[in-house]
Design a protein around this ligand. Structure first.
Ligand code: ZN
Ligand code: ZN
Length: 146
């Protein structure tokens, strides 16, 4: 299975070689790996993993995942030691939207965890040469753009 965080990328990596090791207990040392594994956990509904990687002061209690949010794709825009700027795409009604966030990560008990982030939501704009967000595996220009 293609890793959810690699979905619709040009050269996707399998889940086993991407986020699964983290979900199985490997500690993510880099902010990007942690961010990717948390996105995949949202897609796969791994609530426990999300709690484990969320700072105790900001983790919602109880943490409930929305069962019908359909996450499609993750684009990492920029990364530093303690911050990841990304766009995560999802489908709502019949519209493609994105959630853009600059996430902050922090050390807790010698582990990097998610602290908080600034988010905004907007309507997704697709580039003609990107894989279409509908998931057809075709480029947008040869798919829903027509
Ligand atoms: Zn992954
Ligand atoms: Zn399409």
């Amino acid at each position: 299975m293609i890793c959810p965080c690699q979905n619709l990328q040009a050269n996707p990596v399998n889940y086993e070689k991407c986020c699964k090791p983290y979900h199985d207990g490997l500690i993510a040392k880099k902010a990007e790996a942690l961010m990717r594994s948390r996105f995949s956990a949202y897609v796969l509904g791994l609530c426990e993993y999300l709690k484990k990687t969320w700072h105790i002061s900001t983790c919602p209690q109880p943490l409930e995942l929305e069962p019908d949010s359909q996450w499609i794709k993750l684009d990492i825009i920029s990364v530093s030691n303690k911050q990841v700027h990304f766009k995560a795409y999802f489908k709502e009604d019949s519209e493609f939207k994105y959630l853009e966030e600059s996430s902050n990560f922090i050390q807790q008990d010698n582990k990097l965890v998610y602290l908080d982030g600034k988010t905004k939501v907007g309507t997704a704009h697709q580039n003609r040469n990107d894989f279409c967000l509908c998931g057809s595996g075709k480029k947008y220009k040869k798919c829903c753009a027509q």
